[in-house]
Design a protein around this ligand. Structure first.
Ligand SMILES: *Cc1c(COP(=O)(O)O)cnc(C)c1O
Length: 409
């Protein structure tokens, strides 16, 4: 007997009259309102709830930042400016979106390898915190700062000597293009003390998309330990310790939502020592995916249906050019289906089908041999868990199809 493929259950969106509701509106009506498919829709209530649940779970000593690259839609960043304590930007483009909000500049930080002189000058002039990724970047910042006659706040992004276990995307441990190797930091700080820049703290980011509370706890323990050690070399007490994020969301069968409680308990136990070792430091957790990922859907329409040697193909007006991650080509090693439904036909006879996009490449798959309600031309395909690393993480210009619309509802 063939085992039925299981879906991740997306319970954050309700179903009424056999139709998914997004932001309290039936999907079919929302599609009319948007005026086109494909589109991304983000539910503001879900974003607010997620931010509130983090506030509830963690002590007020843990400040929350939003990593804008997860979803830089200006309306979302505006909404977020009232929900979090700061922003992390990774380019001058993201910096502009952040500066257009009410977020105080000193609560915006700029990370990323390969910042140009132009971007660094903009960041210095905007008086945001710069997370330095190398010794040479530090020297460039100092030179530029002298030209503009400002003293920028700089933090050192540390490439720790440990890895975040069970993480979807490993970003530390071993040689990396991110940050300064932990063992090089003492010498860098010594040099920093002689430059016309203000040492502000450390940024220790060890990974992304982690669903294991245990490995996040492990990373937090090691992060605080490392921060304590590095602080002994600091010219002035760190004002900032950014411990990264790493909290993941469920995408695939078998994934479950992360339990914040044990993570919060562990942080509570660590805080007294942290306050002793880094008495002046604001502790920041920076999150992207966890804040917005579950609040977004990608919606496209079936424009053709065909059978090829026994398999059914639903061909849509949307695909990997708008949603690379759902096609399985954004960092996945083995392709798995994102949670997908026929949004206007939740219940009904099920069939194993393939959902593909309009691009002339076999990579353009939204669902591979997935059990979905029987669908026809005109029906709406919904890809859940699409609020983060969706539209802006996709090669939109590939094959020159029309753009998608984005709405915050
Ligand atoms: C991408 C990134 C984040 C956000 O990661 P998520 O997995 O989306 O939470 C945070 N900090 C830095 C430095 C990043 O590059």
């Amino acid at each position: 007997m063939k085992e039925k493929p299981k879906h991740v259950q997306m319970d954050q969106f309700s179903v009424k009259n056999n139709c998914v509701q997004i932001g309290g509106t039936p999907l079919t009506q929302l599609a009319q309102q948007v005026g086109q498919t494909p589109f991304y829709a983000y539910d503001r209530r879900l974003i607010k709830e997620r931010a509130a649940s983090l506030r509830n779970a963690f002590s007020e000593d843990i400040h929350l930042h939003y990593a804008i690259k997860a979803n830089p839609m200006p309306a979302i960043v505006q909404l977020m400016s009232a929900l979090v304590d700061g922003f992390d930007v990774a380019s001058a483009g993201e910096m502009k979106i952040a500066l257009d909000t009410e977020m105080p500049h000193k609560h915006i930080s700029f990370a990323g390898p390969g910042k140009t002189d132009k971007e660094l000058k903009q960041a210095i002039a905007a008086e945001i915190v710069i997370n330095m990724e190398s010794e040479t970047e530090m020297v460039r910042i100092a030179t530029l700062a002298e030209q503009i006659c400002l003293v920028p706040k700089v933090a050192i992004r540390v490439n720790p000597d440990f890895e975040l276990k069970a993480s979807g995307m490993k970003m530390s441990g071993g040689p990396k293009q991110f940050g300064v190797d932990a063992e090089r930091v003492p010498a860098m700080i010594k040099k920093l003390a002689e430059l016309p820049i203000q040492f502000y703290g450390f940024h220790i980011f060890s990974g992304s998309q982690n669903l294991s509370a245990e490995s996040i706890i492990d990373a937090h323990n090691k992060t605080f330990e490392l921060a304590g050690q590095l602080t002994e070399y600091a010219p002035t007490p760190p004002k900032l310790l950014n411990i990264g994020g790493g909290l993941g969301i469920p995408y695939f069968p078998g994934d479950t939502r992360i339990d914040l409680q044990p993570i919060s308990e562990n942080l509570k136990q660590l805080l007294p020592t942290v306050k002793q070792n880094l008495p002046e430091a604001e502790i920041v957790m920076e999150l992207g995916r966890f804040l917005v990922g579950e609040a977004g859907v990608y919606v496209c329409r079936v424009i053709d249906k065909k059978i090829s040697r026994g398999e059914t193909y639903l061909i849509t007006d949307g695909g990997l050019h708008h949603h690379l991650a759902a096609s399985g080509n954004f960092g996945q090693v083995i392709r798995k289906n994102y949670p997908v439904v026929i949004g206007n036909k939740i219940n009904g006879n099920k069939k194993i089908v393939n959902v593909v996009g309009p691009l002339c490449t076999p990579l353009d798959i939204l669902a591979n041999k997935m059990e979905l309600t029987e669908a026809d031309v005109g029906d709406l395909i919904v890809v859940f868990q699409s609020g983060a690393y969706g539209y802006t993480a996709s090669p939109e210009r590939f094959l020159s199809h029309p753009s998608a619309m984005e709405i915050l509802t």
